[in-house]
Design a protein around this ligand. Structure first.
Ligand code: 9MR
Length: 558
């Protein structure tokens, strides 16, 4: 079988920082020597031994590590493995990942709703505005006395969630948290990133301008008469594979519920804190909205969104993304944390004091306890002394888990935290890798151990090619990236290259779509085909931790 040697050398296909670890893997077990070659001159600039093979816990595959960390000279290079051949090219330079940071934020610009994307900003991916969302029906399952059946509301802008054209509050929750945190934690990097978006050149960082697009949409999803927040703004059914302006099905807001209201309250409270220095007026509007959403949740504490049950009672049936979540403990905790940090009112401390945080999952759209833990840890020095012990315990949990994550990193298949367990390969596994890294970076901010930072960098390498599929999972970046993501504009626009700066979901052995996969092995279960929504879609909550990670690395390693 003729194989491209570059596909057997798994490495970050974009770039390495001069003063950071530099590793690649070769798939196989008997390779011995490698050389580093300068791309232009084709001169050998460094030589080394390839390490002993590690067997995959998931298959019969072996990988061997190549380490060239000691080589620190800026330039463009390729690795050559004796008896195999050459890798894809990559760079070593300061700001090695600034392109990735910029592109992953610009990805949100390409997801904008209700707005033309002119060539000036969107290049060959220019397109017409889709979904004005100026006349959105209140669905039968969402009517109230103040908004009776037939009511229409104005809820424009925001970002399309993913490869589909709907807008979901729950998923906007963690997405906005993550982007706002990137702005809060790395303001200097944010200031330096020029995205070429319509707002570029105003006084705000482009990242903040982009965040405001979705923040303003979120604010319209709150019923001003009672503070409750709708679950999503959606079609009844997913659109066909058409451009946004050709997708004209009626739009609805559906059922206000507890979890959506709490996610909203958390984001708005966090935004009120972070936006204060930039725009005091929006900041105070966010806080008012946060508190009224919280009050709605208090008065309606167990209203869960259940799409199928709703469909039995209300027409039209809604069949788009569910984002259903059965457990509200973490949303209460997160909203309490953000509201307490923003106001220091004791009513918000109760939910924190009564929650044990002896263990934290990796954050995801339906698992937001860590977000509250991170915000409390960050704010600890500004909070009253009665909070000290509790927050110390929470911080301890973050640090202990980070210590667990970085243990024995010379043993897993990709020598990364990502992939230590087969469970890492779920729907949207790429975001899991980025979220693990973000978790480690929270630990790094609490206790600057190099191993945390280096492990976060390792997960970035995973995302950009040191993985089981040999793709850089970010469209437009690296030599081999997904060409056919499940992303309606990329499918319908007639342009070969997909819209750039979007993170593919990545390997998912669940294979919940009906597409052709070449492998069932967890780390290889990926299909670069546009039918594969289970392994090759893109989503706003997947790009966000990549933005955070890229900005963090730019900040620490620049
Ligand atoms: O990211 C979501 C994943 O965790 C779920 O397992 C999956 C199935 O419910 O849905 C994913 O979210 C999708 C959403 O429902 C609709 N827009 C596209 C999202 C990414 O696939």
């Amino acid at each position: 079988l003729a194989q491209n040697p570059a596909d057997q050398i798994r490495l970050n296909q974009v770039g390495f920082y001069p003063n950071a670890p530099k590793q690649a893997l070769v798939v196989g077990k008997n390779y011995e020597n490698f050389t580093l070659i300068e791309k232009e001159s084709h001169k050998v600039v460094y030589k080394g031994r390839i390490k002993a093979a590690v067997k995959s816990p998931f298959s019969e595959k072996y990988t061997q590590e190549i380490d060239f960390s000691n080589f620190k000279k800026n330039g463009s290079y390729i690795l050559s493995v004796e008896k195999l051949g050459e890798s894809y090219p990559f760079e070593i330079r300061n700001n090695a990942l600034s392109g990735v940071a910029k592109a992953s934020i610009k990805g949100y610009y390409f997801q904008r709703v209700s707005e033309d994307l002119p060539e000036k900003y969107a290049g060959k991916w220019a397109r017409k505005a889709g979904h004005p969302d100026t006349s959105v029906l209140v669905h039968a399952n969402a009517v109230s006395t103040n908004r009776p059946e037939g009511t229409r509301i104005n809820s424009p802008r925001g970002w399309y969630d993913a490869g589909d054209y709907n807008k979901y509050i729950v998923n906007s929750g963690i997405t906005m948290y993550t982007l706002l945190s990137a702005l809060e934690d790395f303001p200097k990097v944010a200031n330096d990133l020029e995205l070429n978006i319509p707002e570029s050149g105003n006084n705000l960082p482009d990242l903040l301008d982009e965040i405001l697009v979705n923040l303003e949409w979120m604010l319209t999803m709150q019923d001003p008469t009672d503070g409750g927040v709708y679950h999503k703004l959606t079609n009844a059914n997913f659109d066909g594979m058409v451009m946004p302006d050709k997708a004209t099905q009626p739009r609805y807001v559906v059922q206000k519920n507890t979890i959506a209201s709490l996610d909203f309250a958390a984001v708005m409270a966090q935004a009120s804190r972070i936006l204060k220095p930039y725009n005091p007026e929006i900041s105070s509007r966010c806080l008012t909205s946060a508190e009224s959403a919280w009050n709605w949740a208090k008065a309606n504490p167990k209203v869960f969104y259940r799409q199928n049950q709703n469909n039995e009672k209300f027409k039209p049936a809604i069949t788009t993304g569910g984002y259903e979540d059965n457990n509200d403990t973490d949303e209460w905790f997160w909203a309490s944390a953000e509201l307490f940090v923003a106001t220091q009112k004791s009513q918000y401390w109760e939910g924190i004091a009564s929650t044990d945080v002896y263990w934290l999952p990796i954050q995801s759209w339906n698992s937001v306890m860590p977000l509250g833990a991170f915000s409390l840890s960050k704010a600890r020095k500004t909070l009253p002394s009665f909070t000290t012990n509790k927050i110390a315990q929470i911080q301890n949990t973050v640090l202990q888990q980070a210590d667990e994550m970085v243990k024995d990193l010379d043993k897993p298949l990709f020598r990364t935290v990502m992939g230590k367990s087969a469970k890492d390969f779920m729907w949207g596994s790429s975001s899991h890798a980025a979220n693990q890294a973000m978790f480690l970076l929270q630990a790094f901010q609490l206790n600057p151990k190099k191993t945390y930072l280096e492990a976060a960098l390792g997960n970035m390498d995973y995302l950009l090619g040191r993985n089981g599929v040999g793709y850089s999972l970010l469209t437009g970046y690296g030599s081999k990236y997904p060409m056919h993501p499940h992303h309606r504009p990329s499918i319908a626009d007639g342009i070969d290259e997909p819209v750039p700066g979007l993170l593919s979901g990545g390997p998912n052995p669940g294979q919940q779509d009906q597409c052709k996969y070449d492998s069932k092995v967890p780390d290889e279960s990926f299909s670069d085909s546009d039918c594969s929504y289970a392994s090759n879609e893109i989503a706003i909550n997947w790009n966000a931790p990549l933005v955070y990670l890229a900005m963090a690395l730019e900040s620490y390693y620049h």
